[in-house]
Design a binder for this molecule. Structure first.
Ligand code: DGL
Length: 267
C-alpha cells in the first residue's frame, strides 16, 4: 500500500491480542474523538505473551494485512508483546502507512524520581525480547529497573474479572516481594494491566506512581497522522464523535461486550 492509496476517511485500526488494547483506544479517542476506529482483538489466539516470537509475528502480520485491506489508514499495535515481535517487520512491509507500536513506559517511570526503584510488569515475551533489553539498558543508569513477568494476569482481564477474589489472590502472590512501598514506581507494560490498576495500586502502596504507555502511543499516532496529512479535517476535541467498531477472532460474544465495558471505564 503506498501513500496515494491511503484514504484519510478510513478508520484508524487498533490491534491487540485481546481486549487489553482498549486501554490505548480510550487514549486515542480522547485526543482524536472525530476519527473512526476499527478495533480487532485476537482473543481466539490469546495469550500472545507465552507464545514464541515467530507465531506472534505471523499472527500480527496477518491481522494487520486484513485491517489494511479493509481500508484502515493507519495501525496502532496496542499490544506490547505484538509490538516487540512484529512492529519492525510491519514498518518494512508498509513503509508509507502510519504504524505505531507500544512499549513499556520505562522512561517516564525512571525520570519520576531520584534513581527510583521501578517495577516493570509485562508478559514473559515482552521481557525476553531484545527490544525490552535495549530499553532497559538505555535507562539503567537512571534507576533500578526490576522486570516482572506476569504470565496469567491478562487472562483475568480477558474474562472481565477486574477485582474478583481470584485476581486479588494472584496479585498478592505475584507482588509479595514488592508490596507496601518497596518500589517507587511501577510500569504496566501490557495493555491489559491498566484495567487492574486499582488492586495493583492498593497492593504496591498508595505512594507508588503507576505508568502505562497508552497516552504516549496515542500522541505518537496523532503526530504521525498529522504529518502524513491523514487526520480528518475536523479533528478538534469538539468534533462530532466518530464511530467505534469492535471485532474479535473469538466467537464468544462476551469479548465484544467486555470491550464496550472497558471503554466506558474511567482511566
Ligand atoms: N495486551 C498484550 C500486551 O500488551 C499481551 C497480552 C497477551 O499475552 O496476549 O503485551
Amino acid at each position: 500500500m503506498n501513500s496515494s492509496q491511503i484514504n484519510a476517511d478510513g478508520p484508524i485500526a487498533v490491534f491487540d491480542s485481546g481486549v487489553g488494547g482498549v486501554s490505548v483506544l480510550r487514549e486515542l479517542i480522547k485526543i482524536m474523538p472525530g476519527e473512526d476506529y476499527l478495533y480487532f482483538g485476537d482473543s481466539a489466539n490469546a495469550p500472545y505473551g507465552i507464545k514464541n516470537l515467530d507465531v506472534v509475528r505471523e499472527l500480527t502480520c496477518a491481522h494487520a494485512a486484513a485491517l489494511f485491506e479493509r481500508g484502515a489508514k493507519g495501525l496502532v499495535v496496542a499490544c506490547n508483546t505484538a509490538t516487540s515481535a512484529a512492529v519492525r517487520v510491519l514498518r518494512e512491509m508498509y513503509p508509507d502507512v502510519p504504524i505505531v507500536g507500544i512499549e513499556p513506559a520505562v522512561k517516564p517511570a525512571v525520570l519520576s524520581g531520584d534513581h527510583p526503584r521501578v517495577l516493570v510488569m509485562a508478559t514473559p515475551m515482552t521481557i525476553r525480547e531484545e527490544k525490552f533489553k535495549d530499553l532497559v539498558s538505555r535507562y539503567a543508569d537512571k534507576g533500578e529497573i526490576i522486570p516482572l513477568p506476569c504470565p496469567g494476569l491478562m487472562d483475568f482481564i480477558e474474562r472481565g474479572d477486574l477485582d474478583g477474589d481470584d485476581l486479588i489472590r494472584y496479585l498478592m502472590e505475584l507482588l509479595c516481594d514488592f508490596r507496601d512501598g518497596k518500589v517507587d514506581a511501577a510500569v504496566l507494560g501490557c495493555t491489559h494491566y491498566p484495567f487492574a490498576k486499582t488492586p495493583i495500586q492498593v497492593l504496591l502502596g498508595e505512594g507508588v506512581k503507576i505508568f502505562d504507555g497508552g497516552e504516549g502511543t496515542a500522541r505518537e499516532m496523532h503526530r504521525r497522522l498529522s504529518e502524513a496529512g491523514l487526520l480528518r479535517p475536523d479533528s478538534s476535541l469538539n468534533a462530532p464523535k466518530g464511530n467505534v467498531r469492535f471485532e474479535n477472532s473469538s466467537d464468544d460474544p462476551g469479548r465484544i461486550a467486555t470491550c464496550w465495558r472497558l471503554l466506558a471505564m474511567e482511566p
